[in-house]
Design a protein around this ligand. Structure first.
Ligand SMILES: [Cu+2]
Length: 66
């Protein structure tokens, strides 16, 4: 397993947290949002998932990975 922390803009409340964490979970990854620092920390299987897939999953929810 690998872990990456991404800076994400636009997350402001629990709804955002649930959207991002839920989308990552549906994609088979484990994400944890930190609203205070506007970051998402994701644990993923590097044999199955890529950073690009993580970014796309977050951006599909309407947030910007910066
Ligand atoms: Cu929100």
């Amino acid at each position: 397993m690998k872990e990456i922390t991404l800076n994400v803009e636009g997350m402001s409340c629990n709804h955002c947290v649930n959207s991002v964490e839920g989308a990552l979970k549906n994609a088979g990854m484990t994400g944890k949002v930190d609203l205070a620092s506007n970051t998402v920390t994701v644990q993923y299987d590097e044999n199955k998932d890529t950073v690009e897939k993580i970014k796309e999953t977050i951006e599909e929810q309407g947030y910007d990975v910066v």
